[in-house]
Design a protein around this ligand. Structure first.
Ligand code: SF4
Length: 246
């Protein structure tokens, strides 16, 4: 699973937690958000393809040891920082760095956030979950066939990742679907929302507007009204539905 990117950071920013997105966890606070490079999917609409599709020799990176990242996060407490978020690329391709940093972070009274596509083996996720205070997991398609178009037929794996997080009493979980044209429609959103409701109908669910990028740079976004109609469909099954990027 590891892709040799341990501690190699390509990006860092102090972001509002709402940007992760997390709508119902420590609202109004900030989190030091860091990314490395690499991903285990190949989404043609990837918003972060510059780092997600990169290798060690194709993107600038800087090694930051877990202790140094925790020190930086502690210094930022004065600016409202509550912890460290592993995000931007797929953080769990370098899960050992997440684990080692998270252990140290908790010793320094910092929260740990993971923003992931959910493609992670169950053993690793169960080892990490007690170290994760909040996560946002993407559910990018409503079927295995949909996921095959993103690089791997991992629908059941992602659903299992969400269910395990929802079952963990110390981890807050939210779920996001990007409304990418040709990949998500109202029927897909209905299926996803019903599935999430069967796990926990109180799971916060985000539908985010797509921005033309990467291999879909010439594909225009869906009209905002269509994304709003998807949210209305999701609300038939879920109590907390949010729209983002509009
Ligand atoms: S899972 Fe996320 S980071 Fe990876 S390719 Fe897809 S959109 Fe990009």
């Amino acid at each position: 699973m590891a892709c040799g990117n341990y501690g190699r950071l390509t990006s860092a920013a102090l972001d509002p937690v709402e940007k992760k997105p997390l709508a119902e966890w420590m609202p109004g606070s900030y989190v030091l958000s860091v990314g490395s490079y690499g991903c285990n999917l190949a989404c043609p609409f990837c918003q972060n393809h510059v780092i997600a599709a990169a290798r060690e020799d194709s993107v600038p990176w800087r090694f930051v040891a877990p202790g140094d990242l925790v020190d930086a996060a502690c210094r930022l407490k004065a600016r409202g920082n509550v912890g460290i978020a592993f995000t931007y690329n797929e953080p769990l391709v370098g899960w050992e760095y997440v684990r080692d940093t998270a252990r140290l972070a908790h010793e320094h009274d910092l929260k740990v956030v993971v923003v992931s596509n959910g493609v992670v083996c169950g053993d690793v996720w169960h080892e990490l979950l007690p170290l994760v205070d909040a996560c946002n997991i993407d559910l990018k398609a409503a079927s295995n066939e949909g996921y095959e178009r993103l690089g791997a037929g991992v629908f059941d794996t992602v659903v299992g990742t969400i269910a395990a997080a929802a079952d963990c009493p110390t981890c807050h979980v939210e779920v996001t679907t990007l409304c990418a044209p040709g990949f998500v429609d109202g029927r897909a959103v209905d299926r996803i929302a019903r599935l999430l409701a069967s796990i926990d109908p109180s799971i916060p669910y985000h539908l985010t507007q797509y921005v033309p990028r990467f291999r879909m740079a010439d594909v225009p976004a869906l009209p905002d009204a269509e994304v709003r109609s998807y949210a209305d469909i999701a609300r038939n099954s879920l109590a907390h539905v949010y729209i983002g990027n509009m």
